[in-house]
Design a protein around this ligand. Structure first.
Ligand SMILES: O=C(O)CCC(=O)C(=O)O
Ligand SMILES: [Fe+2]
Length: 231
């Protein structure tokens, strides 16, 4: 008697390991870069930062619209569309040295430890974004920095669709990448000014072991290219 055929649908049961990928020149996705323990620690720190002194808040756009994402920053505060020393009259928390180090390790992971970008990387701001199930971020360029240094992005909690486009227009061609908890995404070099956005969160996809009730956190590390006043 012959063996029964292998049932179809295997990929749903046994997910293939996600591979590191260069999405565009200079744009590198490293799935699962952070261990669960590192994710837990980063989440704990995000919770502390969200308490202030500058609280987690919806940025208000110049036209009066409110961003659906809530954010808090370290090092410098950010308001559309510039870095400022104080937010709501209060000074942002300092950028902790361990986070600067994590940024350098991230760039080393993406481009190699001897790459000029990894050697020179000294992020002086972190932008922490919280997305609830319905939050989105439209296609934009990160161009408020006076520096061409790469952007380092870390994700926690629910997965999202991260849309990574081109440097010319906010529309196609682009590639959609699923960013999950613990993933690293670095974009610099020829992709530094690429349009990108988050069209969708995938609610309920986060690992319950992380201890996040729902939603997604994204932490981007950046070099503002600004000089801190001596205050
Ligand atoms: O949430 C993300 O993955 C991207 C966030 C982003 O593009 C930004 O904060 O400028
Ligand atoms: Fe961005």
């Amino acid at each position: 008697m012959s063996e029964p055929p292998i049932p179809l649908g295997l990929p749903e049961l046994f997910e293939l390991p996600r591979e590191r990928a260069e999405i565009a020149p200079g744009a590198v996705h490293v799935p699962g870069w952070l261990s669960l323990q590192q994710q837990r620690e980063l989440l704990e720190r995000c919770r502390e930062w969200a308490r202030g002194p500058v609280p987690l808040r919806h940025a208000v756009l110049p036209g009066g619209g409110r961003m659906s994402v809530r954010s808090v920053t370290l090092g410098w505060d950010w308001e559309p569309y510039r870095y400022v020393r104080t937010g709501e009259g209060k000074r942002a928390l300092d950028m902790p040295p361990w986070l600067t180090g994590m940024g350098r390790r991230a760039v080393a992971e993406a481009y190699g430890p001897d790459s000029p970008d990894a050697r020179a990387y000294r992020p002086d701001t972190a932008l922490v974004n919280f997305y609830d199930a319905t939050a989105r971020m439209g296609m934009h360029q990160d161009r408020d920095e006076f520096s061409a240094a790469p952007i380092v992005s870390l994700s926690l909690g629910d997965a999202c669709v991260f849309r990574f486009g081109n440097t010319e227009t906010r529309s196609a061609p682009y590639r959609d990448v699923e960013l999950r908890s613990g993933d690293l995404f670095v974009f610099g070099g020829p992709s530094r000014w690429a349009f990108h956005g988050v069209p969708r969160i995938r609610p309920g996809t986060g690992d319950p072991e992380l201890g996040m009730k729902g939603g997604r956190l994204n932490i981007t590390l950046r070099m503002t290219g600004r000089t801190a006043p001596a205050d």
